[in-house]
Design a protein around this ligand. Structure first.
Ligand code: FMN
Length: 221
């Protein structure tokens, strides 16, 4: 698979089969992803890979919290500014329409949206997940390094025939994740990532992208 194909075929997949992901495959992907760039080569990512019993335990604990309507943990970072301005606000609405509208869930049907969103905490059925932390003393440039690293992981997963879904949703249950992983206190959970083989029978969300001219300016020849 060439890089263009890996980029084009990566999507946030929200339905996985229970086919296990071999440990050697995950090690191969994460060893290669370690070559992602970072400012001054700080390599600010801290990753935990969960499969088998520990992942089942995490899903169970998260499911129990959802079942009793336990509120989210206090946020450790702001996922979105409180008032999104244009054009981001419109892009978010378009995404909501693609994700929920396409499945017949109306904008005002918050309960149905929440039900669909709750699959996040079952990792959409995935048999593997990673949890990516960053030191709380690091700043925006290092958070951006972590993003580059995670995209590198997701592209390499495509080369292995695997799919993924990055999930900030897990940050809302960061205490539950910490119960299972026991990370050092100086780390913040940025996101989880479900990993596995796509369930092609599951509901699919196809997103679009802004026209190139909206996000890129070519100056000069
Ligand atoms: C940092 C990050 C966090 C995300 N968190 C979630 C999440 O919690 N749940 C989810 O279903 N999708 C999540 N997504 C997936 C985005 O919704 C998705 O990437 C975006 O809509 C574009 O769609 P595509 O990845 O299928 O091209 C996240 C993506 C990123 C990059």
């Amino acid at each position: 698979m060439d890089v263009y194909e890996a980029v084009a075929s990566r999507r946030a997949v929200r339905g996985f089969t229970d086919r296990p992901v071999p440990r050697q495959t995950l090690e191969r992907v994460l060893s290669a992803a370690a070559w992602a760039p970072s400012g001054s080569n700080l390599q600010p990512w801290h990753v935990y890979v969960l499969t088998g019993g520990p992942l089942a335990e995490l899903k169970k604990r998260a499911g129990e919290r959802l079942a009793v309507g336990d509120p989210w943990d206090e946020p450790e970072y702001e996922q979105y500014p409180p008032a999104l301005k244009s054009p981001y606000r419109e892009r978010r609405s378009a995404f909501g329409e693609q994700r929920y509208g396409a499945r017949g869930i109306a904008r005002e049907d918050l309960e149905a949206r929440q039900r669909a969103a709750s699959a996040n905490w079952d990792c959409f059925g995935a048999p593997a997940a990673l949890f990516c932390y960053i030191d709380r003393g690091l700043g925006p440039a290092q958070w951006s390094d972590v993003g580059m690293y995670l995209q590198t992981v997701m592209l390499l997963l495509r080369a292995e025939g695997l799919h993924s879904c990055p999930q900030m949703a897990w940050a809302k249950f960061h205490r539950t994740v910490a119960e299972v992983l026991s990370p050092p206190g100086e780390l913040i959970l940025f996101c989880g990532m479900s990993i596995g083989y796509e369930d092609i029978t599951a509901d699919d969300t196809r997103t679009g992208r802004a026209p190139l001219a909206e996000t890129v300016a070519f100056i000069g020849g």
